[in-house]
Design a protein around this ligand. Structure first.
Ligand SMILES: C[S@@+](CC[C@H](N)C(=O)[O-])C[C@H]1O[C@@H](n2cnc3c(N)ncnc32)[C@H](O)[C@@H]1O
Length: 308
């Protein structure tokens, strides 16, 4: 479900609750996100295709399956899942709670807020942007890791790159990449406003190519993956060997709108594929002896994994 932000509220990103099986009644009435023009580059991305399908209510059969799943789902372990060792304690984040949490964190850098506001004016494509509380978490993790070199996959309007640049050590750098430079001016303006533009190195092109080109540039402290979901397995394969011991691999959208536990319920083929791919990556990360990882229910799900 996507809860829209009332106009008078602070310029924070649209809050999202993405567990459709638990929010069947209201979910689809409130899906008003992401109306990318059909010819735009955002529409070509997985994110936009996923957003586009949210415009349509699900088929009646899917609704029934979702309701049944909501009723039965809690009692069933997903196939192959380990025992969870406890019950769900997560509080569904509604708009009031979300306002509360974003006003209860260290106030974001003014450039972060102004970039979030400026991105919102782009329209529905803004749905690709990180929420500001997640940006704050990335800055904090970067500081905790004392990161000097960060690789940020999926620049968009530059919020994650900005968050990392605010967190790296004084001589640090952020290599951020995207296969589009459509939003680069907006990004640069805010990187400059924050005084960190000289720490950010934008590389245009497919992320796989950028990652391969970086493989002999020395070890990296943090790799953040937030681009096309079907390539996550490749990003994961390439990223782990780049990390220094103690370095972090951070994966965004690991819950894939809540469909990761049941890709077959996703209404669109691309979304079903993305959810299935994400499920495989999540399983591989969890089973990877090189890493210790935790999956956090932040926004659309965030995995933080540390190289042993
Ligand atoms: C979810 S957005 C990134 C959001 C951004 N990290 C932020 O902080 O707001 C995903 C971005 O990945 C880019 N992208 C999609 N496929 C890509 C690819 N194969 N290589 C590089 N960038 C890609 C898209 O153009 C889009 O800007």
């Amino acid at each position: 479900m996507i809860i829209t932000r009332p106009k008078e509220m602070a310029p924070f990103h649209i809050a999202r609750i993405r567990a459709p099986e638990l929010f069947v009644g209201q979910a689809f009435a409130e899906r008003d996100t992401a109306r990318c023009p059909p010819s735009s580059s955002c529409m070509r991305s997985t994110e936009a295709a996923i957003a586009r399908q949210k415009m349509r209510p699900p088929h009646a059969v899917t609704r029934i399956r979702l309701v049944l799943r909501a009723l039965l789902g809690r009692a069933r372990q997903p196939k192959g899942a380990r025992m969870s060792g406890g019950h769900a304690k997560h509080v569904p984040i509604n708009q009031v709670l979300r306002e509360y949490l974003v006003t209860s964190m260290t106030p974001p850098d003014p450039a972060v807020l102004s970039l979030a506001t400026a991105t919102e004016t782009l329209g529905d494509v803004a749905g690709m942007m990180l929420p500001v509380e997640q940006a704050g978490l990335l800055t904090l993790l970067t500081r905790v890791a004392r990161a000097r070199t960060v690789v940020d996959i999926g620049t968009f309007t530059g919020l994650s790159a900005l968050a990392f640049a605010l967190g790296v050590t004084g001589d640090g750098r952020v290599i951020t990449c995207d296969n589009s430079d459509r939003w680069l001016d907006l990004a640069r303006t805010h990187w400059e406003r924050a005084g960190v533009a000289d720490r950010i190195d934008f590389r245009l092109g497919p992320a796989v190519r950028t990652l391969r080109s970086l493989s002999d540039e020395g070890s990296v402290d943090v790799v953040f993956v937030d681009a096309d979901k079907l390539n996550y397995p490749t990003y994961y394969d390439l990223a782990v060997p780049m990390l220094r011991p103690g370095g972090l691999l951070i994966l965004d959208n690991v819950l894939l709108d809540g469909y990761v536990t049941a890709p077959e319920l996703a209404p669109e083929p691309l979304q079903r594929r993305a959810a299935a791919v994400m499920r495989e990556v999540n399983a591989a990360v969890a089973a990877d002896d090189r890493l210790e990882s935790v999956m956090l229910p932040v926004a659309d799900g965030l995995t933080v994994a540390r190289l042993r």
